[in-house]
Write a protein that binds this ligand. Structure first.
Ligand SMILES: [Fe+2]
Length: 359
């Protein structure tokens, strides 16, 4: 190497030291052409010391939801829409069709005389009935009449249709694992030629058959979800009363039951886990957080929930969401019942679910 070349190299190195940022950026530009990127620039965001959700807490007042939903009845028919649903969008995730990062929530309206035709999809769905009486959801040949507080499953790939032979509009909360299915890019769906399923099984068939402490011969033990189609409020609500009377009241969650698969005790669905809880009059819950973002519905009563540093006042049929790993605590202004649902079964299956009570 000549003296001149050596000098030039030395001064280049000095420049590089002084202008490290520019050198790095030039390097990042070079590797980007080969579809590579430096992990060290983003490591702290990729592997966090604790969860930081993109979601924010929010509450939807049922009075607003119902009024706006009924307006949708004038704008589009169920047949045209296939499902007349307004998405409850997390305010931090507008346009992404989700209430938390992993779950979709929406309010569905079906007017008297309407039918939402039979279809099926990989995404699992639940319905929690808010308002109306006597519409139905048919799932796998069982027709379930819908009453407020009923918890209805339409599991992965189960054919389902809805209809409203009653004289009143019917509204319910839909929660689906669609964002998770789309995360895995595994969405399939199909429509059927007929509008409605042939329903061969009577009202309440699966709840009687599997939820009575006996199991019929040949009960499907390998099934990854509950065989029960409708966990009726009429059956579940009195159990909360029993818990309350015997003093089985959790300091964080109240007198709470989990919707379970009666064959093996696991969650009702492999992707979404739901609870029903009674908060006694004057209940002041301890602060709690877990890694699953919680969607709540007030089925009865009145109260408030502090989520992070915000307080949300709720009444009957209001829906609210607490983001993952965000502290929340409930206060009941009178005896109240809260339904809740989250992606906890998925997190538990992966061994990543955590919870923390106040310290
Ligand atoms: Fe559906």
């Amino acid at each position: 190497m000549s003296v001149a070349v050596a000098k030039q190299a030395k001064s280049g190195k000095a420049d590089a030291k002084h202008n490290l940022k520019a050198v790095r950026e030039a390097y990042y530009d070079r590797i980007a052409k080969y579809d590579m990127a430096p992990l060290w620039e983003v490591l702290k965001d990729v592997v966090r010391s604790e969860p930081r959700s993109k979601c924010v807490p929010q509450l939807w007042k049922f009075a607003d939801v119902k009024r706006l939903m009924l307006e949708a009845g004038d704008v589009i028919s169920t047949e045209e829409a296939e499902r007349r649903v307004l998405v409850l969008e997390n305010p931090a995730l507008h346009g992404q069709c989700r209430i938390t990062n992993s779950l979709f929530a929406g309010i569905q309206l079906i007017l008297p005389g309407e039918v939402a035709p039979v279809h099926r999809h990989v995404a699992s769905a639940i319905r929690f009935v808010l308002d109306g009486e006597g519409a139905y959801t048919a799932v796998e040949g069982e027709r379930a009449s819908m009453s407020p507080g009923d918890f209805i499953l339409t599991p992965n790939w189960a054919p389902h249709d809805h209809g409203n032979p009653s004289g009143k509009p019917m509204l319910w909360l839909d929660v689906l694992d669609v964002p998770t299915i789309n995360h895995f890019e595994t969405s399939f769906s199909e429509h059927f030629d007929e509008k409605m399923q042939n329903t061969s099984r009577g009202e309440g068939d699966s709840l009687e058959r599997y939820g009575s402490g006996v199991l019929p011969d040949g009960a499907p033990v390998q099934l990854k979800r509950s065989p029960v189609i409708n966990y009726t409020y009429a059956r579940t609500r009195p159990i909360l009363e029993r818990l309350k009377k015997s003093g089985d009241i959790d300091k964080r969650h109240g007198a709470r039951v989990r919707y379970a698969n009666p064959i093996n005790g696991s969650w009702a669905l492999p992707t979404m886990g739901a609870h029903l809880a009674l908060l006694p009059d004057g209940f002041k819950g301890e602060s709690y957080r877990s890694t699953d973002g919680m969607i709540f519905v007030c089925a009865e009563g009145k109260g408030s929930t502090k989520i992070g540093d915000k307080v949300f006042e709720w009444g009957q049929n209001d829906v609210f969401v607490a983001p993952p790993w965000t502290r929340y605590s409930h206060i009941a202004a009178k005896e109240s019942v809260l339904f809740s649902i989250s992606d906890r079964p998925m997190q538990e299956a992966l061994g990543i679910w955590r919870e923390e009570t106040a310290h």
